[in-house]
Design a protein around this ligand. Structure first.
Ligand SMILES: NC(=O)c1ccc[n+]([C@@H]2O[C@H](COP(=O)([O-])OP(=O)(O)OC[C@H]3O[C@@H](n4cnc5c(N)ncnc54)[C@H](OP(=O)(O)O)[C@@H]3O)[C@@H](O)[C@H]2O)c1
Length: 285
């Protein structure tokens, strides 16, 4: 039996959709059952609980042989993931898959990748079989860009000369569902999968150009002031810690400390290319 976390969010939701498409039954732990009611209607077994609650996690793990750990960024991510890993180990969970990030590279001083590194280390030391799925920069980060760029003609982000590879969250969920249901799961144990879509590594001029092509008007990249950008997106963040951590992550992209790298892992394992940025943008334009 599979346990999913985070099904009311991007990757957990995409994984849940892909499992349902395959006709696979699974359990999910959710904080707010009303928000997840549509999943229950589709036959998903819901357990109500917070991942910070050890008893709830223990109950959710009963009878589970594969679990996927997805948590959003925030100061509680690292302690919550470490607690989940410890509880899963004590409960004898055979295999844990963690959503991580390709920016989780030793040497970073940025809190978000550092939290992923701490959880990856704990999983590798746990004795459980582990798999890390690390999608590159989400295409969904540009969800509202076609509409904004239509009005402004600019893609305003403080990304300097930085580069990213891009992945659709739907593809990432499909990938996780694939490895969860693979007839030979052992081949995925002990694997760190950095996945990307089919596009070449792009800088933000390239991304602006792609948006422009899709909306049929010129879009230029505006390497805007990081402090002003942080202020503009502050309402989307939970608190100052989160806002500062995202700013730090973006600064590491901007100064090219974490250049994008494209991989063929998705294509090799899925036997198909991921969705391209232009395809994704067309779907939201
Ligand atoms: N953005 C990128 O480009 C990118 C790229 C690679 C990797 N990542 C990684 O992706 C991860 C975020 O994934 P996502 O985008 O799928 O997140 P998301 O859309 O924000 O969803 C987070 C999910 O976790 C649930 N959740 C949060 N706190 C919880 C708790 N204490 N107990 C139980 N459930 C809880 C949320 O439930 P509620 O609905 O109740 O809030 C929601 O379902 C981060 O770790 C990030 O580093 C991001």
């Amino acid at each position: 039996m599979i346990l999913l976390t985070g099904i009311t969010g991007n990757i957990g939701g995409a994984t849940a959709r892909a499992l349902l498409d395959k006709g696979v039954k699974f359990r999910a732990i959710v904080r707010n059952p009303e928000k997840a009611a549509h999943w229950a209607e589709q036959g998903v077994e819901l357990i109500t609980g917070d991942l910070r609650d050890e008893d709830a996690v223990r109950a959710a793990l009963k009878g589970i042989d594969r679990a996927v750990l997805v948590l959003p960024n925030g100061e509680e991510q690292e302690p919550t993931e470490l607690a989940f890993i410890a509880t899963a180990r004590q409960a004898g969970l055979p295999w844990l898959i963690k959503l991580s990030s390709p920016e989780a590279i030793r040497g970073t001083s940025s809190p978000i990748p550092l939290a992923h590194i701490a959880a990856e280390d704990a999983m590798m030391a746990s004795g459980m079989a582990w798999t890390f799925v690390r999608p590159s920069f989400y295409m969904q980060n540009f969800r509202s860009s076609p509409a904004t760029c239509r009005q402004t003609g600019k893609l305003s982000m403080p990304m300097g000369k930085g580069t990213v590879a891009l992945t659709s969250t739907e593809d990432a969920g499909d990938f996780i569902a694939h490895i969860l249901t693979d007839g030979n799961p052992a081949q995925h144990h002990g694997q760190c999968y950095d996945i990307t879509g089919p596009d070449p590594v792009m800088n933000f001029h390239d991304i602006a150009k792609a948006i422009g092509e899709v909306i049929g008007q010129e879009v230029v990249y505006d390497d805007c002031d990081p402090a002003a950008f942080q202020e503009a997106i502050r309402p989307f963040h939970k608190n100052q810690w989160h806002s500062d951590a995202v700013a730090r992550l973006f600064a590491e992209i901007a100064d090219d400390s974490t250049p994008g790298h494209k991989t063929d892992t998705f294509q090799k394992i899925m036997g198909r290319p991921g969705i391209s940025l232009r395809e994704y943008l067309k779907s939201v334009a």
